[in-house]
Write a protein that binds this ligand. Structure first.
Ligand SMILES: *[C@@H]1O[C@H](CO)[C@@H](O)[C@H](O)[C@H]1NC(C)=O
Ligand SMILES: *[C@@H]1O[C@H](CO)[C@@H](O)[C@H](O)[C@H]1NC(C)=O
Ligand SMILES: *[C@@H]1O[C@H](CO)[C@@H](O)[C@H](O)[C@H]1NC(C)=O
Ligand SMILES: *[C@@H]1O[C@H](CO)[C@@H](O)[C@H](O)[C@H]1NC(C)=O
Ligand SMILES: *[C@@H]1O[C@H](CO)[C@@H](O)[C@H](O)[C@H]1NC(C)=O
Length: 369
């Protein structure tokens, strides 16, 4: 069962590299970078973020005007105390002053970076569910909005489907792997043995072992349509929350369909996530390169998780932004946060569909679906 891990370790030791854990961490490091509108403008970094609501109690009788709190789940190799996350929190606050931002940590230990690589995602989501329920502000808010960066996007979807308490109004995911990954990463060269060994781990049956499925986080959203039966039998996370198994969980569908908006953002030049179209729930045949958009897939047609219901109500959004994985532009973030977040019942939260489609060219998007 563990032959590939041993092979991996052997490769690593022949190269005098640190063990598997350390190698994966070095390989899969994709922290957020926010590209500011004007590089000489330093307002974001000097705008200090604190997890405090600005108007805590001074306008109690004017609740309609206070923005909903935002929960934010970071990606692989990032940490909830990283600069990119704090900058994002600052942008949320600039877009909707007074926003209470909660940076999710999937572990109780002080540094949560390693929990983005290692652990059982089911247990991580359970922990996040308990933590949010104990937060005095989040648990008393009528609802929250949610931002998921990379794998944090599908984990928040898991939170919504399984727990959703406090309930999420709108979810925005950036470069997430809703339909899984078929490799860890595109290797930069034929001689990058660490990268090739890590990808080989996914391609071997070892990926379906109990050990890997309960410890290696990305393995829990590995999905290869050429190896679909094993995926259905052994995937610890993705096959379940995508309701791909014969017995469907009706709660998952009900909860996801209850979102006001589910906004899936794909990075146009994403060379990290394989395939990047996973960010839009598309299915890619890695041999032929054929892309089947979500609207042509059974998960949508039979509406296993509520995507069709959302779409028919105009609440499933396909957004594309320029740039490589997690290279976020300030103006894109501000536009999306402005568009979909803010006060409960706010007139802006999700009604400007026409404008969005114009900016991004709806014809171009449709042809990709
Ligand atoms: C469906 O998911 C909910 C929420 O996680 C859980 O409580 C319930 O037991 C699940 N139902 C089935 C049939 O698995
Ligand atoms: C992950 O954790 C859940 C909940 O404790 C458990 O039911 C499941 O078997 C675990 N998965 C694996 C692959 O160990
Ligand atoms: C998957 O599970 C089914 C039902 O338990 C079993 O018949 C089948 O052999 C399994 N397939 C693999 C590849 O393990
Ligand atoms: C992917 O494409 C190849 C080549 O066209 C084909 O042989 C294979 O069956 C396809 N895989 C799936 C899962 O459709
Ligand atoms: C997807 O569905 C549309 C309409 O149902 C159809 O016109 C299109 O050819 C389909 N695309 C694929 C790749 O199956």
């Amino acid at each position: 069962m563990l032959s590939n891990i041993i092979l991996f370790a052997a490769t690593a030791s022949a190269l005098a590299l640190p063990p598997l854990e350390v190698n994966l961490e070095a390989l899969l490091n994709t922290p957020i970078t926010i590209i500011r509108d004007d590089p000489s403008d330093s307002t974001i970094s000097t705008h200090k973020y604190s997890q405090q609501p600005i108007h805590a109690s001074d306008d109690d009788d004017d609740d309609d005007d206070s923005p909903l709190p935002v929960i934010l789940w970071h990606g692989l190799g990032d940490a909830s105390n990283a600069d990119g996350l704090r900058d994002t929190a600052s942008l949320l606050e600039e877009t909707h002053p007074g926003t209470y931002v909660h940076l999710i940590s999937a572990t109780t230990s002080p540094s949560d970076r390693s929990a983005s690589f290692f652990g059982n995602v089911t247990e991580q989501i359970d922990l996040v569910c308990e933590t949010l329920q104990r937060d005095p502000i989040l648990s008393t808010a009528p609802a929250v909005d949610a931002v998921g960066f990379s794998q944090g996007g599908q984990f928040l979807r898991g939170y919504i489907e399984r727990c959703n308490n406090p309930p999420v109004r709108s979810l925005i995911t950036f470069g997430s792997q809703h339909n899984g990954i078929s490799a860890f990463e595109k290797c930069k060269s034929a001689t990058d043995l660490v990268c090739h060994a890590a990808n080989a781990l996914l391609k071997s049956s070892t990926v379906w072992s109990h050990y890997v499925q309960s410890h290696v986080v990305p393995a829990q959203y590995y999905r290869d349509s050429e190896d679909y039966e094993n995926y259905l039998n052994y995937s610890n996370f993705l096959a379940d929350i995508n309701n791909e198994r014969p017995v469907k969980n009706a709660t998952y569908k009900k909860n996801l369909a209850s979102l006001r908006n589910f906004v899936m953002v794909m990075f146009e030049d994403d060379a990290t996530v394989i395939p990047k179209e996973s960010g839009w729930f598309s299915q890619v045949n890695m041999t032929s390169g054929e892309v089947v958009g979500v609207r042509n897939r059974t998960i949508y047609e039979e509406d296993w998780i509520g995507l069709k219901k959302l779409d028919e109500g105009g609440n499933l959004k396909f957004e594309k932004v320029r740039g490589e994985h997690m290279q976020l532009r300030e103006k894109d973030l501000k536009r999306l946060f402005g568009e979909y977040f803010g006060p409960l019942g706010g007139k802006d939260a999700g009604r400007k569909v026409e404008k969005v489609n114009k900016v991004y060219g709806v014809e171009e998007m449709k042809s990709d679906l």
